[in-house]
Write a protein that binds this ligand. Structure first.
Ligand code: NDP
Ligand code: GDR
Length: 355
């Protein structure tokens, strides 16, 4: 294993412009892989790929633009680039917006995965395949913590589509003996997290508030939602380990500890030396900045989801025991990294919008 395992091997990362795509590409290049990544038509172009730029990856990976929902295009892709390993990360990844575009989400997440699996079966059955499954598939699980055997009770179009993709991946392993694995990953964050997700939104907004660049309060949805937040750099290491195992199997990656969205706000405020006081409850809850006396966080019920997932907490014992994987960064340290990166970005380009 280690460096030698990767030397000269070819990896294909679908959705290389993602948070995980950037961390994974960096890890694989370090291990000596040749890395090709897919872009989507009309999505982030190479010139706009801020994560690849920030990680110093531009020019070190090859990219190809392909619509993964088009089966023929996927066949051509794998004719041209027969990889040793495929990391299928591309997906409509926002739970919130999946409620607005359920059919498109299903095509992007379930149909695209099926196209890739079918092409691996017919063109390159020795290629190892990783599918980006998610803790969202558990939905409102009575079983806490969740494990690889917890029943799926999805509560969003995103999660329903991921369950379909997950089960299709398992099916191709059982039916055709392909080396296909599902990584059931719990929320993982980093300075490269997309601004549509709550952690990056909070860090960005409170950093601007601290710098005096944001006058209006930050609007948030459910503050009581609890998540098991880990560090993306650790989780891509787990993805790689899953494809190096002797046998294909599914693994769950998590820290085992949860925090509420409110906790995340408080920890970020602490990291920025903002003194907060919470008041009110439910849809009327706000947080006041004690130094200015102004409201800096306010709940907006318009941001509540039609169906919410209250708490997700994972038990990653299987990955720890069989892959030797473990998370190395706790949430306060992740927040410190995110705040530092955000301050640097805001100092460089004060009102920059990351795409
Ligand atoms: P990001 O949200 O950072 O990026 C999503 C990627 O998918 C981008 O490359 C994006 O391309 C591409 N994409 C977006 N919409 C579509 C679409 N309709 N069709 C095809 N591609 C699309 O993802 P993350 O790094 O956070 O996550 C990577 C994968 O892991 C995703 O599949 C996600 O669902 C899954 N996951 C993530 C977790 C997390 O906590 N981060 C936890 C569990 C699973 P573009 O840049 O063009 O928009
Ligand atoms: P999630 O992440 O839905 O878990 O999906 P997100 O950060 O969007 O939400 C986490 C929790 O925070 C609550 N919340 C808000 N969320 C957003 N985005 N914006 C808000 O203003 C806000 N206020 C409160 C949400 O309701 C939720 O409970 C992420 C994605 O990376 C998925 O692709 C991945 O599969 C899962 O994590 C695991």
């Amino acid at each position: 294993m280690g460096e030698e395992r990767g030397k000269g091997r070819r990896a294909l990362i679908t959705g290389i412009t993602s948070q995980d795509g950037a961390y994974l590409a960096s890890l694989l290049l370090e291990k000596g892989y040749q890395v090709t990544g897919t872009l989507r038509p009309g999505g982030t172009s190479l010139a706009q790929a801020w994560r690849l730029r920030e990680m110093g990856l531009l020019g070190r990976v090859t990219t190809v633009t392909v619509d993964l929902t088009d089966g023929r295009a996927v066949s051509w892709l794998l004719d041209d680039h027969v990889p040793d390993e495929i990391y299928h990360l591309a997906a409509h990844s926002s739970v919130h917006s999946s409620f607005h575009i359920p059919a498109e989400t299903f095509a992007s997440n379930a149909v695209a995965t099926t196209n890739l699996l079918e092409t691996v079966r017919t063109r390159c059955p020795d290629t190892r395949f990783y599918h980006a499954s998610t803790s969202e598939m558990f939905g409102e699980a009575p079983e806490v913590p969740q494990t690889e055997t917890t029943l799926f009770r999805p509560r969003s179009p995103y999660a329903v589509a991921k369950v379909a993709a997950h089960q299709m991946t398992t099916l191709y392993r059982i039916a055709y003996g392909l080396f296909c694995v599902n990584g059931i990953l719990f929320n993982h964050e980093s300075p490269l997290r997309g601004p549509e997700f709550v952690t990056a939104k909070i860090v960005r907004s409170l950093t601007r508030w601290r710098a005096g660049e944001q006058a209006s309060p930050m609007a948030l949805g459910r503050l009581d939602a609890r998540r098991d937040w880990g560090f993306a750099g650790d989780y891509v290491q787990g993805m790689w380990s899953m494809l190096q195992a002797d046998q294909a199997d599914d693994y769950l990656l998590s820290t085992g500890r949860t925090w509420s969205v409110r906790d995340f706000v408080s920890l970020t405020a602490q990291a920025l030396d903002i003194r907060l006081h919470w008041q009110g409850t439910g849809a009327r809850e706000t947080a006041i900045d004690l130094d200015s006396g102004r409201i800096c966080v306010a709940v907006d019920p318009g941001l509540f989801r039609p169906a919410e997932v209250g708490e997700l907490r994972g038990d990653s014992r299987k990955a720890r025991e069989r892959l030797g994987w473990s998370p190395t960064v706790e949430l306060p340290a992740i927040i410190a990294m995110m705040v530092k990166a955000e301050q640097a970005r805001q100092a460089q380009t004060p009102n920059a919008v990351r795409e």
